[in-house]
Design a protein around this ligand. Structure first.
Ligand code: DGL
Length: 284
């Protein structure tokens, strides 16, 4: 599909609402661009699904964002970044899209930038904890990426299968949610008593930040991805001026969802503290 190359947008994809925590930070940092957010709310959660299913779903969503005129797509979802990013980047179909539409189409994930920031130029060996979905944990993506940058880093993971469903159901602020927050945090900390930083490796988890903080010793740093991804994107666009030049600078954002748009609008308005009016999309 051809698009006017002067009206290109940035696509942000997540399995549901969680990616809004990344989008809001990206828009704070780079308000000038036009964005399209796609939440696959009808099929969330992704975190408990197989590689094949996550890959197929993510590809459908990425293609839809290409159709919407997105030149660059950010997989804000850690599970999709862990399970589908590499295959999509290496997929011949992406090359077909590039030749049919434009040769600049890019798909980027959130794990690598998070890891680069977490490891930085550490003097001492970090003990890193990762809280993430079962899919992200099983993929070992964080362990692999961290150890590529720093082989001696100690990485301990904990899957938190109940957190996304609690958030998607809007039940994350209730007292009952404390049980599952405490349970996974304690399980992680008991595996390595020296953990000094914890990556919240799922876009939904910043919504549980206060509860996670409550059950984590103050000396342990909690790492939230929004600002990291935003500054990594800013840096990427600086380094890729040929792409940056084609991005439309209207400061707009459209919200697409595969579920009821009214429900999305209502929840997204709460997430973002600004009025959101979402549109329904059927994926092919
Ligand atoms: N928000 C996604 C992530 O960052 C996962 C949520 C889901 O399980 O769908 O991993």
């Amino acid at each position: 599909m051809f698009h006017n190359i002067l009206f290109m947008k940035i696509g942000v994809f997540d399995s549901g609402y969680g990616g809004l925590t990344i989008l809001s930070k990206i828009r704070e940092r780079l308000p000038q661009y036009d964005y399209v957010y796609l939440g696959d709310n009808a099929r969330t959660p992704y975190g408990t699904r197989s590689f094949e299913v996550i890959y197929a779903y993510t590809w459908q969503c990425v293609r839809r964002l290409f159709d919407e005129g997105c030149e660059l797509v950010i997989l804000a979802c850690n599970t999709a970044s862990a399970k589908a990013l590499r295959s999509i980047q290496q997929c011949e179909l992406l090359d077909v899209w590039k030749t049919e539409g434009s040769d600049r189409k890019r798909v980027l994930g959130v794990i690598r930038p998070t890891v680069e920031m977490v490891i930085g130029d550490q003097a001492k060996t970090p003990h890193v904890g990762v809280l993430a979905t079962p899919g992200t944990v099983a993929s070992q993506s964080y362990v692999i990426e961290i150890n590529k940058l720093m082989p001696q880093a100690v990485v301990t993971q904990q899957a938190c299968p109940m957190w996304v469903p609690l958030i998607e159901a809007g039940e994350h602020t209730v007292e009952g949610a404390d049980f599952f927050v405490k349970k996974y945090v304690n399980e992680l900390l008991s595996k390595d008593r020296q953990i000094d930083r914890i990556i919240l490796g799922c876009t939904h988890y910043p919504l549980l930040y206060d509860k996670i903080r409550q059950f984590t010793p103050p000396s342990v740093k909690l790492i939230v991805q929004g600002d990291i991804v935003a500054s990594s994107l800013a840096d990427y666009l600086k380094r890729h001026s040929e792409l940056e030049r084609c991005l439309n600078k209207g400061g707009t954002c459209r919200y697409l969802t595969t579920e009821h748009p009214e429900k999305f609008s209502e929840s997204a308005t709460l997430f973002l503290s600004e009025p959101v009016s979402a549109e329904y999309v059927a994926l092919k």
